[in-house]
Design a protein around this ligand. Structure first.
Ligand code: F6P
Length: 464
């Protein structure tokens, strides 16, 4: 293999550049050229196929900094429709003209879905990333548990649901234990919890903090490091009465309560508390928003103003209960050591898989309680259900203690290998050295896009 293409797809995460860096370092060792395709799958629809040579003379370009968040080659939520055969043929011919013999996509479950039709035309490998930590399997047989039923409204679409599991849950059996980006997102969310706590404590308030993760509660679970009182995850339907009882007990005891909720939490009927809107994500993923506000509404109603007045802690429930979203700060900025290190290994492994002749494979991060972490190649087909669909992983129920509303013992065992040494000395030092640099006050922000733009080349003369 002489030339590989690489792209980043879906929402950005802090470890994308680190994954690209890992791939480029390995490609340099193997004397393979590596072209960065601009703006994810979007690049492939453009007849001019904008791209950047990431390792001219087998040297990494200086703009590629693995400690920087985001992606120097840009990302998008564009989708490759498997039914558009003519378009797929065009894409393949463009890549062939560019001399690309294999493609690495850095992305999540949506990206892996989008790669399936391309994998029938050229060798493709996925290097995982997602702050949601939802690319993977709780155990290898998990895809076989999906069933699908036709939409009762008569529309041609299907609903997918899970049958009961027949596997024993074991941390050593998880496929892709953690995805790059997750650790940094948890760092930011847990810090957010710590910072909100002091306001809740000082002003005798109840805080509801919403974190990302779509229908998976991994980020919410990880915020346990910031010691919220209650964690609500999408995998466990909300028991509002139990929640209110717990809140009352804690509020009586400590005069403040901090609740974390995943953005995808559902009520007893399984309906999302927040609003769901469709996105153009390759996997048809939805965007969720407003769960914390909806929960606040319910709590205002159930606790009532009188409850706070009796305590002399405010004149109304509306005043005492507030919400905050950690939002996109979870997805941005400098990746911490765990994310950088393993993203680079997964990127490097993706190159090896292509060189070994693997197609439609995924480089995965495996964990073993005695041996620690290592990377492996995994067949993408093994992520697919009987109908060919790849589902986002939900957190296994064993990781959560529903009555404590906190991580269970296994949940704690799950988190520790990821986080105990996740922060490097340089991560702390970097903040000390750069945040209050007086130069920041005087100089305008210098965007990586300005530099990379100068390196963009096109498939000439007119593409197509
Ligand atoms: O999948 C990553 C993620 O950050 C989710 O946690 C969140 O729901 C979604 O993307 C937000 O998407 P957008 O950046 O398009 O608003």
């Amino acid at each position: 293999m002489k030339r590989i293409g690489i792209l980043t797809a879906g929402g950005d995460t802090p470890a994308l550049n680190a994954a690209i860096h890992g791939a480029v370092v390995r490609a340099n060792q193997l004397r393979i050229e590596i072209y960065g395709l601009i703006k994810g799958f979007n690049c492939l629809f453009n007849p001019r196929v904008p791209h950047v040579h990431l390792n001219p003379l087998f040297q990494e370009i200086p703009e590629l900094d693995p400690t920087k968040g985001g992606t120097l080659i840009g990302s998008s939520r564009d989708y490759i429709d498997p039914d558009q055969k003519a378009e797929l043929d065009l894409i393949t011919s463009r890549l062939t003209k560019l001399g690309i013999e294999g493609l690495i996509a850095i992305g999540g479950d949506g990206t892996l879905n989008a790669l399936q039709p391309l994998a029938e035309r050229l060798p493709t490998v996925l290097a995982p990333k997602t702050i949601d930590n939802d690319l993977g399997l709780n155990y290898p047989s998990e895809p076989d548990e999906w069933v699908r039923v036709k939409d009762p409204s008569g529309s041609p679409s299907y609903h997918y649901s899970r049958t009961a599991s027949s596997a024993v849950f074991d941390l050593n059996q998880i496929v892709n234990y953690a995805t790059p980006g997750y650790a940094t997102a948890v760092l930011v969310s847990a810090q957010g919890v710590e910072r909100i706590r002091t306001t809740a404590e000082s002003h005798r308030r109840i805080a509801i903090i919403e974190v990302m993760g779509r229908h998976s509660g991994y980020i919410a679970l990880g915020t346990a490091y910031g010691q919220p009182d209650i964690i609500l995850i999408p995998e466990h339907p909300l028991d509002i009465q139990a929640l209110v009882e717990r809140v009352k007990h804690l509020y009586d005891l400590q005069k403040n309560v901090v609740i974390v909720c995943g953005e995808g939490i559902v009520d007893e009927q399984g309906s999302e508390l927040g609003a769901e809107s469709t996105s153009t994500d390759p996997g048809g993923n939805v965007a969720l928003t407003g769960a914390a506000e909806a929960l606040r509404g319910k709590m205002i109603q159930l606790l009532g103003d009188r409850y706070f007045q009796l305590y002399r802690r405010g004149s109304s429930a509306r005043e005492a209960i507030f919400t905050r979203k950690v939002g996109h700060t979870q997805r941005g900025g400098r990746p911490i050591l765990f994310d950088r290190f393993y993203a680079a290994l997964l990127g490097s492994k993706a190159v090896d898989l292509l060189v070994e002749g693997r197609n439609n494979a995924v480089s995965v991060l495996q964990y073993h309680s005695q041996k620690g972490f290592h990377v492996e190649g995994y067949d993408a087909n093994r992520f697919r259900d009987r109908w060919g669909l790849i589902h986002a992983r939900q957190m296994h129920p064993a990781l959560y203690h529903p009555s404590l509303m906190k991580p269970s013992k296994i949940g704690i065992d799950y988190l520790m290998p990821i986080f105990t040494d996740a922060i490097g000395n340089d991560d702390a030092e970097h903040m000390r050295q750069t945040l209050f640099d007086p130069g920041n006050l005087a100089q305008p922000y210098h965007s990586i896009n300005t530099d990379v733009h100068k390196r963009i080349r096109y498939l000439e003369p007119n593409g197509a």
